[in-house]
Ligand binder design. Structure first.
Ligand code: AMP
Ligand code: GLY
Length: 436
C-alpha cells in the first residue's frame, strides 16, 4: 500500500526529506509557511500555513488520512505539534515535546548528562545573578555565553571571538540574565566541530555519515554566525580529521543520552537526533543536540541514503532503530543566500534557477524562498542549497561550484565552503592539537 505522509516544514532540509519520501514511493502532504517550490512539486496537497498551529495541522492530517507525520524544524516540536498529532492517532517519526527538550532546553540536557555522568560533556555553569557571573568571568580563562532557550544558533557568543573583552562578555551575560532570568556559561572547547546524525528508537542509535557545517557568514570562517552556509561529507562517512573511534565515542554518548532520557523521565525518543560535537585533544565533547536533522546537514545525508526512508520512519515509530545504507560518495552543499545576509538581506528579489544546467550528480534543494506565478523570490533567510556528489570532497566541491552557475540574482554564497585549502587547514589544526 502506498504510504501517505505529512511533512512539516518549508526549508531545504524538508525539501531533502520530501525527495527521500518520494523516492520511497510515498505520497507527501506538506505543511509549509512559505511556498517552497521543491516541496510543492513533490506534494499531493499543501497547507500553506503557520507550522506551529497544531489544530490546523492535525485537521489537515486527518482530512488526508496520513499514515504518519514527520517534522523538519524544531519549532513545531517545541510547541507540541507532534504531541497533538499522536493524541489524534497520527504517529510521528519525530520526537514529542518532552523528548525534544534535548534541543529546546539546554539546561535539561546538561543536567541529565551531569547527573548520570554521561560521556563527552563540556564544563558548564548556570548563573541567575549578575554579580556572580561577573566574578566567574573575571576569573575564567575562557567563556562561551549561551541563552538557555532556542535562538536558531545565533545567541551564542564567545569571549575572544564575538565578544572582544571580558567586559563585553559580562555585559552580554548580564543582559541575558535580565531577559531570561538565567544564563549558561560554558568552557570554550578547542578543536574542530562535526555533526553526527542518528536514527533513534528503542534506546538505540544508528549512525549516519558525519558532516561538517560552516556556520560563519563570510569566507575564511569569518563574520556573523548563521544557521549554516554549507556543509560536506566524505566518501568513507567519516571526516578527514575525525577518526572512527571519535565517531564511535560520540555515538555512544548519544545512545547513553536517549537511554537516560527514558530511564529518568520515561521519555521515549523516536526520530532523527543531531549531535554537534567538538573534537578536542581529549576526544569529542558535546556542544548541542538538535531533535531533528540539521540544516544543511540533512541535504548531505539524505542525498546519500540508499535505504527506504519510509521504512526507516516506520521502524522508528515501531520502536526499533533501523539499519540504514548510505552511498559511499562525498557530498558538498553550498547555500545560496540573499545578498546582505544575515545582517541586511535583500528580501523579495527574484532568484533565477536553470535546473537544466545540472548533471545527475548535482541537485538543488529550495529553502526559504517564495514561488509566485512560476518565479522564485528571496526572503530574509537562506534561499537554496546546491549539492554535488563526488568520489572525493574535492571533486564534489568543484562540482558544487560549477552547479552554482545555474543560479543567478542578487545572491551571495561562500565559494570557499569545503575547499581543499580550508579542509587542509582543519586537518593541520587537529594534527597540531593532538600532537601537543
Ligand atoms: P550552539 O547554538 O550551541 O550550537 O552554538 C553555536 C556555535 O557556537 C557552535 O557551532 C560552536 O561553533 C560555538 N560554540 C558553542 N559552544 C561552544 C563551546 N563550548 N566552545 C567553543 N565553541 C562553542
Ligand atoms: N546546522 C545546524 C542546525 O541545523 O541547527
Amino acid at each position: 500500500m502506498v504510504a501517505r505522509i505529512l511533512l512539516i516544514g518549508s526549508g531545504a532540509r524538508e525539501h531533502a526529506m520530501a525527495v527521500a519520501l518520494k523516492k520511497s514511493g510515498a505520497l507527501v502532504y506538506a505543511v509549509m509557511k512559505n511556498v517552497n517550490p521543491g516541496i510543492r512539486a513533490l506534494s499531493e496537497r499543501v497547507l500553506l500555513h503557520d507550522e506551529l498551529d497544531a489544530p490546523a495541522i492535525t485537521d489537515f492530517a486527518k482530512q488526508n488520512a496520513v499514515d504518519f507525520a514527520v517534522a523538519g524544524p524544531e519549532a513545531p516540536l517545541a510547541v507540541g505539534v507532534t504531541n497533538a498529532l499522536e493524541k489524534t492517532g497520527v504517529q510521528c517519526a519525530s520526537p514529542s515535546r518532552e523528548a525534544a527538550q534535548l534541543e529546546t532546553n539546554k539546561l535539561f540536557t546538561r543536567d541529565l548528562m551531569r547527573r548520570a555522568q554521561l560521556p563527552c560533556q563540556a564544563p558548564w555553569q548556570v548563573f541567575e545573578n549578575s554579580n556572580e557571573v561577573r566574578e566567574f568571568i573575571e576569573n575564567a580563562s575562557s567563556a562561551v555565553i549561551k541563552p538557555l532557550g532556542l535562538t536558531g544558533g545565533k545567541g551564542v557568543k564567545i569571549l575572544g571571538e564575538t565578544l572582544a573583552t571580558k567586559q563585553d562578555a559580562i555585559a552580554y551575560a548580564s543582559e541575558l540574565i535580565k531577559k531570561d532570568g538565567r544564563v549558561l556559561v560554558e568552557e570554550k572547547l578547542v578543536g574542530e566541530e562535526f555533526t553526527l546524525q542518528a536514527f533513534v528508537a528503542g534506546g538505540d542509535c544508528t549512525s549516519m555519515p558525519l558532516v561538517q557545517d560552516f556556520k560563519r557568514a563570510y569566507e575564511g570562517d569569518t563574520g556573523p554566525m548563521t544557521g549554516g552556509m554549507g556543509s560536506y561529507s566524505d566518501s568513507n562517512h567519516l571526516l578527514p580529521f575525525v577518526p572512527a573511534r571519535a565517531r564511535d565515542a560520540a555515538l555512544e554518548a548519544m545512545r547513553a543520552t536517549v537511554r537516560e532520557l527514558k530511564k529518568r523521565f520515561g521519555f521515549e525518543y523516536n526520530g532523527a537526533l543531531y549531535g554537534q560535537f567538538m573534537l578536542t585533544r581529549d576526544g569529542p565533547r558535546l556542544i548541542e543536540y538538535n531533535a531533528r536533522f540539521g540544516d544543511p546537514e540533512a541535504m548531505n545525508v539524505l542525498s546519500l541514503l540508499e535505504s527506504d526512508y519510509v521504512e526507516l520512519c516506520q521502524q522508528m515509530i515501531g520502536g526499533n532503530a533501523p539499519q540504514a545504507q548510505f552511498t559511499r560518495k562525498a557530498t558538498v552543499v553550498k547555500y545560496v543566500v540573499p545578498a546582505g545576509y544575515p545582517d541586511s538581506p535583500q528580501a523579495g528579489k527574484e532568484i533565477r534557477v536553470d535546473e537544466t544546467k545540472l548533471n545527475e550528480n548535482q541537485r538543488i534543494y529550495y529553502a526559504a524562498v517564495n514561488e509566485r506565478d512560476g518565479r522564485i523570490y528571496s526572503t530574509a533567510s537562506r534561499a537554496l542549497g546546491v549539492l554535488a556528489f563526488g568520489n572525493s570532497i574535492d571533486e564534489a566541491e568543484k562540482s558544487a561550484l560549477n552547479a552554482l552557475s545555474a543560479v543567478s540574482g542578487q545572491i551571495y554564497y561562500r565559494r570557499d565552503i569545503a575547499s581543499r585549502e580550508l579542509i587542509q587547514k582543519k586537518i593541520e589544526k587537529m594534527r597540531a592539537l593532538t600532537s601537543r
